[in-house]
Design a protein around this ligand. Structure first.
Ligand SMILES: *[C@@H]1O[C@H](CO)[C@@H](O)[C@H](O)[C@H]1NC(C)=O
Ligand SMILES: *[C@@H]1O[C@H](CO)[C@@H](O)[C@H](O)[C@H]1NC(C)=O
Ligand SMILES: *[C@@H]1O[C@H](CO)[C@@H](O)[C@H](O)[C@H]1NC(C)=O
Ligand SMILES: *[C@@H]1O[C@H](CO)[C@@H](O)[C@H](O)[C@H]1NC(C)=O
Ligand SMILES: *[C@@H]1O[C@H](CO)[C@@H](O)[C@H](O)[C@H]1NC(C)=O
Ligand SMILES: *[C@@H]1O[C@H](CO)[C@@H](O)[C@H](O)[C@H]1NC(C)=O
Ligand SMILES: *[C@@H]1O[C@H](CO)[C@@H](O)[C@H](O)[C@H]1NC(C)=O
Ligand SMILES: *[C@@H]1O[C@H](CO)[C@@H](O)[C@H](O)[C@H]1NC(C)=O
Ligand SMILES: *[C@@H]1O[C@H](CO)[C@@H](O)[C@H](O)[C@H]1NC(C)=O
Ligand SMILES: *[C@@H]1O[C@H](CO)[C@@H](O)[C@H](O)[C@H]1NC(C)=O
Ligand SMILES: *[C@@H]1O[C@H](CO)[C@@H](O)[C@H](O)[C@H]1NC(C)=O
Ligand SMILES: *[C@@H]1O[C@H](CO)[C@@H](O)[C@H](O)[C@H]1NC(C)=O
Length: 643
């Protein structure tokens, strides 16, 4: 996350007086503060985490019908030899849609980098883009029931959902990535000054809610990803036309709860590997296990509940789940940024924490400036002066604990007044798979996009996060593919080309077909070196285009030039689990695909060499040559590569 200290034009003292004069008068202040309403009757305020909620279950059933039609069209276009699409569709209908594959897209954390490159991947799967259809990958997006995101991956996940699921090219027009949200000198529909954003925070605080950096950053993200719609909530997605018509995937965000088991550094808490991951969806907020094992309706998040009922029947809360705040919660990594700054980057060895620790200082030295310590201090100072809030009060997203007194919750969570939530990637799983792999969701195929910049120093990816999800799934006894260690990702080039895990059901944690097949796609240079820093938030139209083309080339394997069969292989993996349910044979071409693209279960010696990549489609063009014709980034910065 980059921002430049010069943008903080206000002194903290000015902020303080502004807050006191004019709370409520900022353009969006009234809508950003949640509101109190009379509690509605007949609400199940808290439910145990067994199965899907009734509304999600009904929605998924509706989605399957729409998916089946899209899947039929997609499969017809693939022309898989010896595969009878109508026969397949007939089986799906005959199962009363039970066997229709449930698929998902997961976009990793990694700031604006992952938000933009992941959107490029989504675009290459979209049937609405003629080039994607022409090259055989378009249409898979229309078959997806879930789309999950955390941290930077939450930006597209929320943005597509609350903006009515436009195309990627349309959504870029909404985002206007040429505007710098971290340095706005005036408040418009598309960007705001820090002063005005602090006014919004003041309004929420005056209404009786905790505020902190998750709110501030949520607003910054909101001006880009949900512009002009600060009164739009995540729960409100259920009332959108495309969602009601089951014509878009359901968004899932991930956050992590800090508990008394959290580690502490410089007075700030950091989750340990087993701290509980929470789901935030339009329907519900809660966790499938761990410290909550319960869910509450997202629409009334912020309401003070005790023993599963409102404490005050006249004080239910709506509007707490603003789309902007939802992104702010999912990307609330202030604790790590501050620790990084206070330790001068020396806390890089804190292995349980996410990529940011260590990597931020790498950015500072090697890339562009990123959260310079002075800025951390300035933001903290602004909160202190303007709102009288200390560092520990603003470091986490603090929300009234809906699970107070709930017996299925852990002893800590049963008694905590507020839940302290942080960036979903802080547990070491930067790809938001946890929500999708819960058995209740029955996913059978997941496209995992990773751009978490965790292979230092060149900020590609190395499989660590996917491996961590495998370890966590195994420990929790969740069905998930077995994932080899990082050294094998590097030696097999899984950091540059598509790979499926779990094709063979024996290569899963439960050794049966309950685990989804996971397609791992790591951001890699195909036509452009897009290992730019996670915090670069401004993109020219040319840069954005190059990002999209690079992701397109990766997802389509250079429009099939690397392997003309690739689109068929993708389709094969997408339906493999459902073929088994339908009692249909895996077509011969699919089997040959799986030999090439599925991990075979053999763990080799591997390699730990630095991930330093060249353009897959044009290996002779090294970074420096490429930079000569793409003067985007500061030429003195080394992105490295062997060429
Ligand atoms: C495909 O299956 C359908 C229905 O199951 C059948 O009517 C049709 O003849 C089959 N097509 C071919 C080419 O086998
Ligand atoms: C203020 O921001 C606008 C829009 O981002 C920009 O066009 C203008 O040059 C900026 N003015 C100053 C003085 O920085
Ligand atoms: C949000 O605010 C806009 C503009 O004030 C209004 O038109 C719209 O109906 C509001 N939407 C919701 C969900 O309240
Ligand atoms: C959806 O719309 C209905 C009807 O207007 C309304 O009662 C309900 O509160 C809305 N749901 C959400 C989550 O906003
Ligand atoms: C997390 O793991 C630690 C160390 O293994 C253990 O002491 C602790 O009880 C675990 N916490 C939870 C909530 O499972
Ligand atoms: C309940 O909430 C209402 C509305 O916010 C407030 O006026 C009332 O004082 C509250 N009652 C108690 C007992 O806190
Ligand atoms: C970080 O660097 C600053 C300035 O060089 C120094 O004052 C401070 O003691 C250092 N902190 C740590 C934890 O090393
Ligand atoms: C600021 O907060 C502290 C405790 O958090 C409190 O003691 C103090 O009175 C507050 N100052 C102001 C000016 O409200
Ligand atoms: C892989 O990434 C992890 C997480 O950032 C890092 O700790 C490790 O050193 C990397 N290993 C290689 C070989 O790149
Ligand atoms: C991985 O990529 C490198 C560089 O393109 C190549 O030399 C090597 O043979 C590849 N290894 C595998 C296992 O594909
Ligand atoms: C693949 O097609 C896209 C869309 O037409 C284009 O932008 C891209 O340059 C093509 N890639 C290759 C390797 O030809
Ligand atoms: C790679 O690193 C891992 C973890 O540090 C180590 O266990 C493994 O032996 C290394 N493999 C190679 C080939 O160096």
């Amino acid at each position: 996350m980059i921002f430049h200290s010069s943008f903080l034009v206000l002194t903290a003292t000015t902020l303080g007086s502004l807050i006191h004069q004019s709370v409520g008068q900022a353009p969006y202040a009234k809508s950003y503060a949640p509101a109190y309403v009379q509690c509605p009757p007949n609400i199940e305020w808290v439910r145990p985490a067994t199965g899907l909620s009734k509304p999600e279950s009904a929605w998924v059933q509706g989605r399957k019908k729409v998916v089946l039609a899209a899947l039929g069209a997609y499969l017809e276009r693939l022309h898989i030899p010896d595969f009878n699409v109508s026969n397949y569709l007939g089986h799906m209908h005959a199962s009363n849609f039970e066997d229709v594959p449930i698929m998902g897209l997961a976009i990793s954390g990694g700031g604006w980098a992952s938000a933009y490159t992941g959107t490029g991947a989504l675009r290459a799967l979209d049937a609405r883009l003629p080039a994607a259809v022409q090259h055989g990958t378009g249409g898979l997006l229309q078959c997806m029931t879930y789309m999950s995101g955390l941290s930077g991956g939450s930006f597209p996940t929320v943005s597509f959902a609350v903006n009515g699921f436009p195309t990627a090219d349309e959504i870029v027009k909404i985002w206007k990535p040429t505007i710098d949200r971290l340095g706005a000198n005036q408040t418009t529909q598309y960007a705001a000054t820090f002063t005005d954003m602090f006014k919004d925070l003041g309004a929420k605080m005056e209404a009786g809610f905790s505020v902190g950096t998750a709110d501030l950053y949520g607003l910054i993200f909101g001006y880009e990803f949900t512009p002009g719609v600060f009164n739009v909530t995540l729960s409100g997605v259920v009332n959108e036309t495309k969602f009601k018509n089951h014509e878009m995937p359901m968004p899932i965000l991930q956050v992590i709860e800090l508990t008394n088991s959290a580690a502490e550094l410089y007075g700030l808490k950091v989750p340990v590997l087993n701290d509980t991951t929470y789901d935030l969806t339009p329907f519900e907020f809660g966790a499938w296990g761990g410290s909550a094992s319960s869910f509450t309706p997202t629409q009334y998040l912020g309401t003070k509940l005790k023993n599963g009922v409102p404490m005050n029947e006249s004080a239910c809360v709506v509007g707490f789940d603003g789309a902007a705040y939802a992104m702010g919660m999912s990307a609330a990594a202030w604790n790590l940024w501050a620790i990084e700054a206070f330790s001068n980057g020396t806390e890089g060895s804190f292995s349980k924490a996410k990529r940011s620790i260590g990597s931020l200082m790498n950015h500072l030295q090697r890339r562009e400036e990123i959260v310079p310590p002075a800025t951390i201090t300035e933001i903290d100072g602004a909160f202190q002066k303007a709102l009288n809030l200390s560092l520990t009060e603003i470091a986490y997203a603090e929300i009234p604990n809906p699970f107070l007194g709930v017996s299925s919750a852990s002893p800590y969570t049963q008694t905590a007044t507020d839940l302290s939530l942080v960036d979903g990637s802080e547990g070491g799983q930067t790809i938001p798979l946890w929500g999708q792999i819960q058995p209740a969701r029955k996913t059978s195929f997941i496209v995992a996009w990773e751009d978490s910049n965790d292979a230092h120093p060149y900020e590609w990816n190395n499989g660590t996060n996917l491996y961590n999800t495998y370890l966590a799934a195994k420990a929790a006894n969740l069905p998930f593919p077995i994932i080899p260690p990082v050294s094998n990702f590097i030696s097999h080039n899984y950091t540059t080309k598509p790979v499926f895990f779990g094709c063979d059901k024996k290569l899963t944690t439960t050794r049966d077909s309950r685990a989804p097949i996971v397609l791992y796609l790591a951001n890699a240079p195909y036509s452009s070196y897009m290992n730019y820093s996670a915090g670069v938030n401004v993109m020219s139209p040319q840069q954005m285009n190059d990002i999209f083309v690079n992701s397109f080339n990766l997802v389509t394997q250079g429009n099939g030039t690397l392997d003309a069969e690739w689109p068929v292989c993708l389709g094969c993996a997408a339906i493999e689990r459902s073929l088994e349910k339908a009692g249909m044979m895996t077509p011969a071409q699919c089997k040959s695909c799986f030999k090439r693209y599925c991990w075979d279960g053999k763990v080799g010696v591997g390699s730990n060499k630095t991930v330093d990549l060249s353009l897959v489609l044009d290996p002779k063009v090294g970074y420096k040559d490429w930079l000569n014709s793409h003067m985007y980034w500061n030429a003195s910065l080394s992105h490295g590569n062997a060429v």
